[in-house]
Design a protein around this ligand. Structure first.
Ligand code: SPD
Length: 374
């Protein structure tokens, strides 16, 4: 969609704050990728300094993290605070889109954020990411080879891999009549009111695309129309669209089947052994999440110390054990104790990475709005 002329004029005259620009742009129907490009193009109202260029100096006394919820071990933060003398604050989010909207609106207080791979093009377009100072990451050698030089961040110049996982079906073995093995289960009226899907447009629309044999990144209007119809049909059987907080409902038995990320499913299993996790036969998503430093980070040295800290074997192992997500830290692997549901070789063939949808985000956004309203 072209940039509306009044918006372009307001931008050119410097009348709009970044937050007002985002609001106006979204009202005008621009997608997050389009807003990112717009912000980068106008290059205005962005923190001028890149916190990681030049001498970083001594470690600061504060660190502000913006992370996916339930992605830390209990002792990750307290141990870092104690050892480094840094006070850490952690804000959390439930979706990439929630986090991106906040950053694009001009949230500048964060030192580290944790996007999934498909969000990198949006963050790069908005020129939000600072290059890393690799010389400060002395534990870099612990990163497993398969996480080096990823397509979304060539040379890992801007990111440190944190965790990876899959999207699948978490279910109560003791309450369902048969283990679900297909996205089709969401059409099963026997489970009406006992099922949830993620509050995440990429996962919901993506799973119905997979059900019909399409790529979960499809931008084909016919395939998307079919996914929209399937999602609306399934919605009649859903209790809610809910992401990480569904764990408590699964544990309590209020929800029997939930579309869920593998690690969050593992966390629920740790409390309720009757919960199991399956990757639907039609295929599903695999994702990789990585730490990045915004250019506006107020405490870049502390950010680097934290990234180096999570690359320690014992710290990476504790995070993997607590969260149930795969660790990209190969030195951590021998220390892990929990049974992380790493996909089998056969399952890997059915998994697909989500990709940036670029200008087609508008179509997906509109379909998601219609599904939620439908
Ligand atoms: N509680 C941590 C959840 C992490 C999910 N990350 C990626 C989701 C991609 N759809």
């Amino acid at each position: 969609m072209p940039i509306p002329t009044d918006l372009a004029a307001a931008l050119a005259s410097g009348q709009l704050s970044r937050r007002a620009l985002l609001r106006r742009a979204l009202e005008a129907g621009l997608t997050l990728p389009a807003v990112a490009t717009l912000l980068a193009a106008c290059g205005r109202d962005r923190p001028a300094a890149d916190g990681t260029t030049g001498e970083l100096g001594p470690i600061e006394k504060e660190l502000r993290l913006y992370l996916w919820s339930d992605y830390l071990a209990d002792d990750t933060i307290p141990n870092f605070e104690r050892e480094f003398g840094v006070r850490v604050t952690v804000d959390t989010y439930e979706s990439n889109e929630e986090m991106a909207a906040k950053l694009l609106a001009g949230a500048t207080g964060y030192d580290l954020v944790l996007p999934s791979s498909y969000l990198f093009p949006v963050l790069f377009s908005a020129d939000l990411l600072a290059p890393l100072r690799r010389e400060l990451l002395t534990n870099w050698g612990n990163v497993a080879p398969m996480f080096l030089d990823p397509a979304w961040d060539p040379g890992n110049r801007h990111s440190v891999p944190w965790g990876w996982g899959t999207t699948g079906l978490a279910y109560r073995r003791d309450l369902v009549t048969a283990p679900p093995d297909s996205w089709e289960v969401f059409f099963d009226e026997r489970y009406r009111g006992k099922m949830t899907m993620l509050d995440d447009l990429r996962d919901v629309i993506g799973s119905f695309l997979k059900l019909r044999g399409h790529s979960l990144n499809s931008v084909d209007p016919a395939a998307l129309a079919e996914a929209r119809a399937d999602a609306i049909r399934a919605k009649a059987n859903l209790k809610a669209y809910v992401s990480a907080p569904v764990k408590a409902q699964l544990v309590a038995g209020d929800v029997w089947i939930a579309q869920l990320w593998s690690g969050d499913a593992m966390q629920a299993m740790a409390e309720q052994p009757a919960i199991a996790f399956a990757i639907p036969k039609e295929g599903s998503m695999i994702f990789s999440d990585a730490l990045v430093v915004p250019r506006s980070a107020p405490h870049p040295r502390a950010a680097h110390e934290f990234m180096n800290y999570i690359l320690r074997p014992e710290v990476g192992a504790a995070i993997a054990d607590k969260t149930g997500y795969g660790t990209p830290n190969q030195a951590a692997l021998p220390l892990t104790q929990s049974k992380i549901p790493y996909p089998t070789a056969e399952e890997l063939t059915r998994l697909e990475y989500q990709k940036d949808l670029a200008e087609n985000s508008a179509l997906w956004d509109r379909i998601w709005t219609e599904i939620k309203a439908g």
